[in-house]
Design a protein around this ligand. Structure first.
Ligand code: SF4
Length: 492
């Protein structure tokens, strides 16, 4: 595997300014262990290079010189030489060159964006049949038959569920605390030890913000379709504190009109019968119990303080109390996990028969972690991660789960995807909407991001302070942000 350093050069003589961002994303699909030199002085001494651009003779080109091997491709420039068309033309050439040089055919082809399903839905909305949409996207982006089928199946499950009125919104509440911090965590989450003293004040402020959100929803005649209490691990706080938050939600938000109400219970070491009773009594309809793995050695390696048996017990406890919509999250590619371990986890989860199962692929915290070590993985181990995703895509539908949301992230092992699978009728609208970005989401709490989608599709975002201390002590600014939200919502 290539682990050297290369430089890039983008030359467009028609004067079009072209960012090299997509070019780099395309290169990273093939050379995840390589490093791009961004210092112009040092770059002069780097012989490996990626050259793309446009020539005066009306052609575009991509040339890759790596370790004494050079491959070049040329094609006519696009008829409409706008920035997007030029960028796509050179990325396509670069894709062909790198595929030839590395011998690697990426499963998602040339798609580097995070929402392949949106592309399918747009084509379906424009009148293409599912077969036509799939054929078009496969031709344009070189997507493998398996991944195209996954994206198409997901789009077909999603399409009838997606809301159509801009007045229908999602509501999110953030409780950003966890018992300990997992080694791979890239969320805004604070361990209970470090944030313990702040929690009562945090909850008091959070309840104030929820109340203001309720006023805004009523003033603008909005309907809440989905409520999601996420984190962190919302069940990290005490049962009384959870009751305080959920009582506030019930008093100020019309949860009766919502299609679903989720509390992300998350980690088994925080789930008790008392907290589950609060969740039930306060009107939530869905919980997540997220073991990520049922291998004790892997749980230990990622810094979790609970065992696989505790996760199984937490699931069974919730079932015995009558929860009929439980999600379980898994991660492919966790440190110390193996294909055998993942297969065993998947079998044990299937035996529990949760209502939905989300399979993530490990995302490394920093792009830099991909360089050189590939997050500590050898090529063989990366092939295993691919196999884990393929195994999930095969065995979950065979057990009655349909893919209903799918997204990709940067710095994900093998450039793979995250997929939510659910039994029919148990699809979580909030998960779809957070990725689809076609519905307004009003959010309360630390690092919560309110997203206002205008009827024309323009998106405005208002993001709360990232740390609990800031959130508590600069709460006047949170109220100003809510005033801004009011003004922006006037467009709906
Ligand atoms: S449970 Fe989730 S949010 Fe909490 S530390 Fe682990 S990965 Fe981060």
């Amino acid at each position: 595997m290539y682990t050297g350093t290369y430089r890039t050069e983008c030359r467009f003589d028609c004067g079009t300014l072209l960012s090299s961002y997509e070019i780099l994303n395309t290169v990273r699909i093939f050379l995840p262990g390589g490093k791009c030199c961004s210092d112009p002085e040092q770059a002069q001494n780097v012989s490996d290079c990626i050259l793309v651009g446009q020539r005066a003779d009306g052609t575009v080109y991509a040339e890759v010189r790596l370790e004494d091997r050079t491959v070049t491709r040329t094609a006519p420039a696009p008829v409409t030489p706008d920035e997007d068309a030029l960028e796509f033309a050179v990325c396509s050439l670069l894709y062909e060159v790198l595929r030839e040089m590395t011998g690697y055919t990426p499963p998602w082809g040339l798609i580097t964006g995070i929402r392949p399903v949106r592309k399918v839905i747009q084509l379906l909305e424009n009148g293409k049949t599912p077969d036509e949409a799939a054929a078009f996207l496969r031709r344009k982006y070189h997507i493998s038959a398996e991944k195209m089928q996954l994206a198409l199946d997901t789009a077909l499950v999603q399409q009838p569920i997606l809301p159509h009125s801009p007045k229908e919104i999602g509501f999110y509440v953030s409780i950003p605390f966890c018992p300990t911090r997992c080694s791979y965590c890239s969320f805004v989450s604070h361990s209970m030890q470090s944030a313990y003293k702040l929690i009562p004040d945090y909850i008091a402020r959070l309840c104030e913000e929820i109340e203001v959100c309720g006023q805004i929803i009523r003033e603008h005649g909005l309907t809440v379709q989905s409520v999601y209490i996420g984190g962190g691990t919302p069940t990290s706080i005490t049962a009384e504190q959870l009751r305080q938050v959920m009582e506030t939600v019930r008093s100020h938000i019309d949860i009766g009109s919502a299609r679903e109400y989720t509390v992300e219970a998350g980690r088994a070491d925080t789930i008790t019968a008392e907290k589950l009773r609060v969740i039930q009594e306060e009107g939530a309809t869905r919980i997540s119990v997220n073991p990520q793995t049922l291998q004790d050695n892997v749980l230990q390696a990622i810094g979790r303080d609970h065992t696989a048996q505790q996760a199984v017990d937490a699931f069974r406890l919730a079932r015995s109390m009558g929860f009929d919509d439980i999600n379980m999250d898994l991660i492919a590619g966790l440190p110390s996990d193996t294909l055998t371990g993942f297969t065993d986890t998947l079998e044990k989860i299937l035996a529990l028969a949760p209502d939905s199962i989300t399979v993530h692929t490990l995302t490394l915290k920093r792009a830099a972690d991909l360089h050189g070590s590939l997050g500590g993985r050898s090529s063989g181990e990366l092939a295993d991660v691919m196999e884990m995703a393929a195994l999930s895509a095969k065995s979950l539908p065979a057990h009655g789960y349909r893919p209903y949301y799918l997204y990709r992230q940067k710095n994900t092992l093998g450039n793979l995807e995250n997929v939510g699978y659910a039994r029919q009728g148990k699809e979580n609208l909030y998960n779809i909407l957070i990725m689809d970005e076609t519905q307004t989401i009003l959010a309360a709490g630390c690092a919560a991001s309110t997203k206002i989608v205008s009827p024309s599709g323009d998106i405005s975002r208002i993001i709360n302070h990232k740390f609990p201390y800031e959130y508590i002590h600069r709460f006047d600014q949170i109220l100003l942000k809510k005033q801004k939200t009011r003004e922006l919502l006037a467009c709906l």
